[in-house]
Design a protein around this ligand. Structure first.
Ligand SMILES: Cc1cc2nc3c(=O)[nH]c(=O)nc-3n(C[C@H](O)[C@H](O)[C@H](O)COP(=O)(O)OP(=O)(O)OC[C@H]3O[C@@H](n4cnc5c(N)ncnc54)[C@H](O)[C@@H]3O)c2cc1C
Length: 382
């Protein structure tokens, strides 16, 4: 992308080299074993690729949001599952501590997260609370200088490999006002991993259910004030959504590159299939969708770096970026014909992996709602 600064280009090239050397050799085994290769965390930390936007005073690279999206895009190109664990740790798992934690919490958690010595999960979704965050039922009851957590969480990325989970729990009443956030150590008594989620795709990411049974945490594990959880979550998710879109873009780019090569190599009716107009139209559509998605995602990232309110831009980037990525991967499979449907080509993995991205961190339907509400309240952005 030509609009990258020199620093951003160097960052992207360094991630690309790391992916080629350290991640690509692990992908097939990790996907087959359905396990995240945990030894990657300290290596990513040493390379400066965990929590890249975190400030240098805590050991971070102080990179901008554009760099974080570039990281997600490059990871998405090679292994969306592995990317899922890395970005969950680096964004929604830890960004609330960076933005709303006390000085002591930042000192306690951020350096180890950045170095990859501690792995973070983000535990919001519950059996009865998916899109409707306000309905969450996990409770955190105050007992002197402690809280007792009780409840269940579903689909938690890194839940089985984490050192800490950032858990959303209800400290009072109904609705959004009663939600608070807690850093819960995996070793806390009453913290249970209830089972691995058998997934369609992204098999190399760790994804489990969690349960809390009188799980006791000290009150200094609460991030933000009592009842601040919902508004903190909304801000964390804005950043997270751009990163999900960038990851989807990476998957779709890999599928597109493979399709372009295949269209030149595969011959039918006496000529490469890329010489048939129907295939040419698909390639043109794919490239156009990718370009539009890239422009939206990086426009939102730059707006965040300028300190603007990005709620609507992040939702547009997530909505269009992930839906476009899905369309592109679908066309890629069609271009590959039967071979695309086999496990001998990576297209079937891209097809399974990209499907997740319109669901996590707010489904496409929820992004439509966010965009529409903003339009009706504040008018269009021009
Ligand atoms: C692999 C994987 C990893 C995940 N990782 C995490 C994680 O790390 N942490 C975490 O907390 N969660 C995680 N999730 C959960 C994910 O964020 C939720 O699945 C997502 O928020 C949607 O919730 P739901 O699946 O319960 O869908 P529901 O909310 O039950 O929605 C079902 C359908 O109804 C639609 N719908 C719901 N409400 C409305 C409405 N008002 N208007 C129109 N349509 C609506 C939805 O768009 C969707 O199509 C993960 C999920 C998966 C599959």
């Amino acid at each position: 992308m030509s609009a990258l600064t020199e620093e951003q280009r160097l960052f992207r090239d360094a991630v690309r080299t790391f992916c080629r050397q350290e991640i690509v050799p692990l992908v097939t085994r990790a996907e087959e074993a359905e396990e995240f290769p945990v030894a990657l965390f300290p290596k990513l930390g040493a390379a400066g690729f965990l929590c890249p936007t975190f400030p240098e005073e805590h050991g971070g690279s102080g990179a901008d949001t554009v760099c974080f999206c570039l990281l997600a895009e490059e990871l998405g190109r090679v292994a969306s599952g592995i990317a899922g664990s890395i970005v969950a740790h680096s964004s929604i798992g830890t960004s609330a501590i960076r933005d709303f934690g006390t000085v002591e919490q930042k000192r306690r958690y951020l350096p180890t997260a950045i170095r990859g010595e501690a792995v973070f999960a983000f535990a919001l979704t519950e059996p009865n609370a998916g899109s409707d965050i306000r309905a969450l039922e996990t409770r955190a009851e105050r007992r002197g200088d402690r809280y007792l957590l009780n409840g269940a969480k579903s689909f938690i990325t890194n839940g089985g490999i984490c050192t800490y989970a950032l858990v959303a729990a209800r400290t009072s009443g109904e609705g959004e006002k009663g939600i608070s956030l807690f850093v819960v150590p995996r070793e806390a008594k009453g913290f249970e991993v209830t089972g691995v989620v058998p997934k369609l795709g992204n098999r190399s990411s760790d994804c489990v259910g969690l349960a809390f049974h009188d799980c006791e945490v000290l009150s200094d594990c609460r991030v933000g004030g009592e009842g601040d959880g919902f508004s903190i979550l909304m801000q964390s998710l804005n950043g997270g959504r751009m990163v999900v879109a960038a990851r989807a873009l990476g998957i779709a780019e890999a599928a597109f590159d493979a399709s372009l090569r295949y269209a030149k190599d595969r011959k039918q009716f006496g000529k490469p299939i890329g010489q048939h107009e129907a295939i040419q139209f698909k390639l043109a559509d794919m490239a156009t969708q990718l370009r539009a998605a890239r422009l939206l995602i990086y426009d939102a990232a730059r707006a965040k770096d300028r300190g603007e309110d990005v709620a609507m831009l992040a939702s547009m980037a997530k909505l269009f970026g992930t839906e476009a990525a899905q369309r592109v991967v679908d066309m890629a499979l069609q271009i590959h014909g039967a071979y695309g449907y086999t496990r001998e080509f990576p297209i079937e993995r891209y097809y399974r992996d990209v499907r997740l991205t319109t669901i996590i961190e707010g489904t496409s339907e929820i992004q439509h709602l966010i965009i529409a509400r903003r339009l009706l309240d504040q008018g269009p952005i021009r």
